[in-house]
Design a protein around this ligand. Structure first.
Ligand code: MN
Length: 195
């Protein structure tokens, strides 16, 4: 049985970037919905009962099963997403800033390119900073690991449910606010784990 992880901060902690109402809806309904549907599927597949979410999403036998890809991917992506944000948004470390600047010209240029990519995603999906510092998009609840790549360093949920209550259809305003609550210490820790 999979469970929705508790947030490590209160539902209103990310305001004004992300409202309490959005966090409640997103965590308690959307994420819970993925977990409920994933568990319902697994309950009929006892052969999968002992697999971790990472194993389900990456093994050849299971990763293309629609219920795994959608609900399992949704569970995995949101579990990462909550950890990638914090009300105490420290600046990225010099080492990571330097690496991003070397690749994109400057740290601000990296943020602009990430934002630009996230704005270009048509429909629902995620924008990622990958372990190799490239920027990528995935549709729906796919993730770099479901496509055979390492765990990403940072991800942005660009499904409308992530911002519609707060920003209506203004994805740009959502992304601009989201940069203020990115947990760069988390990103930094992931980055150091892969280099
Ligand atoms: Mn979401």
């Amino acid at each position: 049985m999979f469970t929705v992880p508790e947030l490590q901060y209160s539902f209103d902690a990310l305001e004004p970037a992300i409202s309490k109402a959005t966090m409640k809806l997103h965590h308690d309904r959307h994420h819970k919905g993925y977990v409920t549907k994933l568990n319902a599927f697994i309950s009929n597949r006892p052969d999968l009962a002992n697999m971790s979410i990472e194993e389900l999403l990456t093994s050849e036998d299971t990763k293309t099963i629609p219920e795994i890809r959608r609900h399992g991917g949704g569970h995995y992506n949101h579990s990462l997403f909550w950890q990638m944000m914090t009300p105490n948004g420290a600046k990225p470390s010099q080492a990571l800033t330097d690496e991003l600047a070397a690749r994109y010209g400057s740290f601000d240029a990296f943020k602009e390119q990430f934002t630009s990519q996230a704005l270009q995603l048509f429909g629902s999906g995620w924008c990622w900073l990958e372990a190799d510092l490239s920027i990528s998009l995935t549709q729906n609840q796919d993730n770099p690991i479901t496509q055979g790549r390492p765990v990403p360093l940072l991800g942005l949920d660009v499904w409308e449910h992530a911002y519609y209550l707060d920003y209506y259809n203004d994805r740009q305003a959502y992304i601009d606010g989201w940069w203020d609550v990115v947990d760069w210490q988390y990103v930094q820790a992931q980055f150091e784990a892969v280099v």
